[in-house]
Ligand binder design. Structure first.
Ligand code: SAH
Ligand code: SF4
Length: 402
């Protein structure tokens, strides 16, 4: 979501004649697009604001704007605490000096190969640990025709892959008059020529419909890749998290997805060290990861966020070292599983959409979202081509095109 919003802000500023520079030291305007999902992320923002305060002392003309989830309801309080900041504006809102530009007119001349397009803001779920509903507000879907217009324009300017983003994309459309859903939106995006691939994230296990699963299988441009955050493998912890599903329901959903979408890549999010999580409950998460064998797992140590139910009513009783040990256990296990899954791709020819290059190598992704590197003369940016997989590892693959 932040990536989508940063790209948008960048385009808006380019339209206004601004140009990106590589470091804050030479910038006239610095915008911090912040995340406070965990305390560590919030600390990074605070540190960066200190660095910028010193910088601004040396270069008084510099302007600083802060957006994203760091900006809470108490803007006056923030202004008092961080006087070096010229503007605070809420995630997704645009500040006064660029707000009169409508979204379609403001896209960059050359969008990247792969573009994040927000389709729904906010979240109505109130998982007990999560700050998102407090900072980003209730669910608010963008009208379907506005999204489609934007994607058509992106396609005409060279974008090849569209990633539809939202905190809970399965809720898309519930608040719109005609009540379209994500499956309807995917069907329409799938009709847009020149878009080779469509992805979407993030799905909520309690909201994923059979209709959507069937569309993923049936629409040729929609990639068979689903991020389905489970958070914990233990029912009691899932209850405390207020996730709205049991592990049995989650497993049944995974089985249904795998039956309907052969070869689907599944990724997930896990929190370790949630309040009261016993070793046995943690082992249920480990067992789940072994059983499902996800393509990737994003794992985080629980971090209390003030104002949330968990921070106010549950003890943060798992010591930091124990949280880290559980995190490490998940990481090591997942490295083994990913190594194994990826090794099976060795020798296969896979379609790669090339999104850029680093040093002497092109990089791109398979439809299942595996990162692949290959060397070849010429310019392959934005092209989809067959690459033979020569070597595999847990995080990326190496291939060749001859
Ligand atoms: N809407 C998505 C995820 C949004 S936040 C969902 O429902 O899963 C992204 C991830 O950050 C979450 O999946 C969760 O694993 C992690 N996260 C959120 N709040 C957290 C907290 N307080 N402590 C640790 N991890 C957290
Ligand atoms: Fe946070 Fe839960 Fe909403 Fe995801 S679904 S953004 S974890 S409240």
């Amino acid at each position: 979501m932040n990536k989508a919003e940063s790209e948008r802000l960048g385009s808006l500023l380019e339209q206004r004649g601004y140009r990106a520079v590589s470091t804050a030291e030479t910038a006239d305007l610095v915008i911090l697009n912040t995340c406070v999902i965990r305390e560590s992320a919030e600390n990074k923002v605070v540190n960066k604001l200190h660095v910028l305060r010193r910088l601004k002392k040396m270069r008084p003309g510099m302007q600083i704007a802060v957006t994203g989830c760091f900006v809470d309801v108490d803007e006056a309080g923030l202004k008092r605490k961080y006087p070096q900041v010229d503007y605070f504006f809420k995630a997704g809102d645009l500040p006064g000096w660029i707000e009169n530009i409508s979204p379609v007119e403001t896209l960059a001349q050359h969008p990247p190969v792969s573009v994040y397009v927000p389709i729904i803001q906010g979240c109505d779920n109130f998982c007990s640990y999560c700050i998102v509903p407090y900072r980003r507000g209730r669910e608010h879907s963008r009208p379907m025709d506005e999204i489609l217009r934007e994607i058509r324009l992106l396609a005409s300017r060279g974008a090849k892959e569209i990633i539809l983003v939202g905190q809970n994309v399965d809720s898309y459309g519930k608040d719109l008059p005609e009540k379209p859903d994500l499956a309807d939106l995917l069907t329409e995006v799938n009709r847009i020529d020149d878009i080779l691939r469509i992805r979407f994230l993030t799905s909520h296990p309690k909201d994923m419909s059979q209709k959507l699963i069937e569309q993923i299988a049936g629409l040729n441009r929609v990639c068979a890749h689903i991020n389905l955050p489970v958070q914990s493998g233990d029912n009691e912890i899932l209850g405390l998290m207020k996730r709205g599903y049991t592990i049995e329901q989650y497993r049944a959903l995974v089985a249904r997805i795998r039956r309907s979408v052969p070869g689907v890549a599944l990724t997930t999010d896990v929190i370790v060290g949630f309040p009261t999580e016993t070793e046995e409950q943690f082992q249920s998460t480990v067992a789940l990861l072994r059983a499902v064998r996800f393509d990737a797992v994003h794992v985080a140590c629980y971090s209390p966020r003030s104002g949330t139910y968990a921070a106010e009513h549950l003890p943060d009783d798992i010591p930091a070292e124990e949280k880290s040990r559980r995190l490490k256990t998940v990481e090591i296990l997942q490295e083994e599983i990913a190594t194994d899954i990826n090794a099976k791709l060795s020798g296969l020819k896979l379609a790669i959409l090339v999104d850029g290059s680093t040093k002497s190598k092109w990089h791109g992704r398979t439809r299942s979202d595996k990162l692949v590197f290959f060397s070849a003369p010429g310019d392959y940016t934005g092209r989809e081509l067959e690459v033979r997989i020569d070597r595999t590892g847990p995080w990326s693959l190496q291939g060749s095109i001859t």
